[in-house]
Design a protein around this ligand. Sequence first.
Ligand code: SAH
Length: 421
Amino acid sequence: VPTAPAAVAARPCAGPGGAAEAALLRHLCRKVRASGPVTVAEYMREALTNPAQGYYTRRGGIGDSGDFITSPEISQVFGELIGIWYISEWMAMGKPNAFQLVELGPGRGTLTEDVLRVFNQLASVLSKCDVSVHLVEVSPKLSEIQARMLTGGKVQPNPEDEPVYMKGISKTGIPIFWYRDIQDVPPGYSFYLAHEFFDALPIHKFQRTKKGWREVLVDIDPEVPDQLRFVLSPSSTPATENFIQPEETRDHVEVCPEAGVIVQRLACRIEKDGGAALVADYGHDGTKTDTFRGFRNHKPHDVLSAPGTADLTADVDFSYLRKMTQERTTTLGPIKQREFLKNMGIDLRLQVLLQNSRDTATREQLLHSYDMLMNPKKMGDCFNFFALLPHHRLVQADKKDKPELKSPLPPVAGFNELLLK
Ligand code: SAH
């Protein structure tokens, strides 16, 4: 990676693809020419969520016909088991009389749809509980798809400046609200869900050099018109000072401060109002280095080419998330997806579905999707589950003076075997 030159020669940027696709590249090139190379975080934010040209804003291609596939899109069983996780935690926490289900980055809305189906099937258990759904989504395009999936399209848009930009009622009669930011979701006892959300948030990248840590930046390639390239900052940047730990041993590090801020908000809310958060994503525990990558039409895509046309992603650093909770909550995991789903009873659920399906094609489909979710070489090992829970959920308040009140706390499902009482 070359070091950034002091000034970048002005050069027109047209870029490949259609006019709309080239617009984002042009916009980025203008920015670089005006004020120098941008951080990878700024590049990633623009490429994914630029209000006019970002990938999620315009395209957000999740599913077979899109750019990438996610577990909830592979099998309904995935979302059903997550629905059971929430019910099991709701029971373990003494069945509070209301909760909000808050999903960050709901994609096509499939996961919430599957969770709500379970809530509906277990309506007798939840009967006295007031449930509402709160979706945090920046993409107008995806929120439209979610509205169709969850409400059948019966939604009411709100004025632009309102924190709730849309509302509707689920097919099962539960109120649903849409927001752009977690801070706009009203306080209250909440179960949070973030599936393949944190990996889409912008990362900073750093490289160890002989002169110390340098930030990786995105610049215009002086040799090739219309092409971006990575360079190293000539000196350390504010991010280098703030985000690299003195005890760091790796030579290359990715940090996602936005993930840190959001996890901190979740931890504060859970500490104050109660609830739990379930985070599922690919990631590591502070060990990996260069994981920034792109996908388009289910194939790897050069992260710097045609920004806005491909999904960009980086592994989630769970050790960073844990640190950012600042011990406001207990954390569990990360544990592998195949272990979590196994603990949640996926094998039994598969058996029931196989017994209930008459035709071979459905049975094959069930087995195939089970393999996709569970096979260590597919999604079983690289995806992880991680949870935030109030401290009192795992460590009982001291009841020394009243030993008769002491009953063992139920184990947390998924991270242990499921016990529904
Ligand atoms: N959870 C879904 C979708 C994952 S894709 C699934 O597993 O299928 C990432 C999702 O996060 C998309 O819905 C995208 O529009 C949304 N997203 C990305 N950045 C966001 C941000 N900064 N704030 C809110 N949502 C965001």
